[in-house]
Write a protein that binds this ligand. Structure first.
Ligand code: X90
Length: 277
């Protein structure tokens, strides 16, 4: 039986079809409506509705029961969570692990705190599958995965940080940077899994150049790059083209953010996960 891999929906994999992979949804909550970040949700409609909506909005992570339901009786389970520094998802998955081991003492369960989200989580999941295919035993696989995690990175470019600030994920003064017309806030997932602002960029071109420079600084040389965008395929394509010019064989995938990442990245936002040093 393959390792059961479970991710929370911040990895943007809610619509993935692989039978070894399960996505447990986070939720986006307004005074009027609740959106569940699963395959049934129309993310574009949600983004449009939220754009027009003026009231309060927040998010909630899966609870231990939600995680546990996804374990499916497997003997080897790997859970992947959004950074424990910004969400309770990791703690809930750890609780689920303890509950599962009481019922299945012989099972192997490991929870990976991505210290990140989005594309960087995808890279971790892809790596786990590769290591499994190489035949690594479960514990060695987990160790190798943690080592790999140290070499992957997340960068973002956001046109608005309103939802991040309103929900206490970044301080209001920093968030103001991204509130001005034409200004994008560029930053990274820090080594402790928090949002770290690095630059303010004016215009598309400067933003793209800055992102590429920051990728190179972090050791990117044409390896895997995962570009998630919130209703901004043009910026994602333009960045991919620039990267391919320099690294023609670069392993690049572009996709739309799921609901959780769309809520926080907001319209126009880009989130990059990539391999570096
Ligand atoms: O538990 C919850 O309700 C979820 C809270 C998630 C808060 C942060 C989500 C950030 C999503 C924004 C750009 C990438 C930042 C990466 C920081 C580690 C996307």
């Amino acid at each position: 039986m393959p390792i059961r891999m479970i991710t929370d929906s911040s990895a943007d994999l809610a619509t993935a079809k692989e039978e070894w992979l399960v996505s447990v949804p986070l939720r986006i909550i307004t005074d009027e409506k609740e959106y569940t970040d699963d395959a049934q949700l129309d993310v574009r409609t949600m983004v449009d509705e939220l754009y027009a909506y003026r009231g309060r909005s927040s998010t909630s992570c899966p609870n231990a029961g939600d995680w546990l339901d996804a374990f499916g009786g497997a003997s080897e389970v790997l859970c992947f969570t959004i950074t424990s520094n910004l969400s309770g998802s990791y703690a809930a998955a750890e609780d689920a692990k303890q509950l599962y081991l009481q019922e299945h003492p012989e099972a192997h369960v490991y929870v990976v705190d991505s210290l990140s989200t989005g594309g960087e989580m995808r890279l971790l999941i892809e790596k786990a599958r590769e290591l499994e295919a190489e035949g690594l035993p479960f514990d060695a696989l987990c160790t190798a995965l943690e080592a790999y995690k140290k070499t992957t990175h997340l960068l973002f470019a956001l046109e608005s940080m309103k939802n991040l600030a309103n929900n206490g994920r970044i301080d209001r003064v920093s968030a103001l940077a991204a509130g001005l017309l034409g200004i994008r806030a560029v930053g990274q997932a820090s080594t402790v899994g928090t949002l770290e602002l690095l630059k303010k960029c004016r215009g598309k071109k400067q933003t793209q150049e800055t992102l590429f420079e920051l990728m190179l600084e972090r050791g990117y040389r044409g390896e895997k790059l995962r570009i998630a965008h919130c209703e901004n395929p043009e910026a994602a394509d333009a960045l991919a083209e620039a990267v391919k010019k320099r690294f023609p064989l670069a392993d690049i995938q572009i996709y739309s953010c799921g609901a959780l990442c769309s809520f926080y990245a907001e319209r126009g936002g880009l989130i990059l996960g990539f391999e570096g040093a």
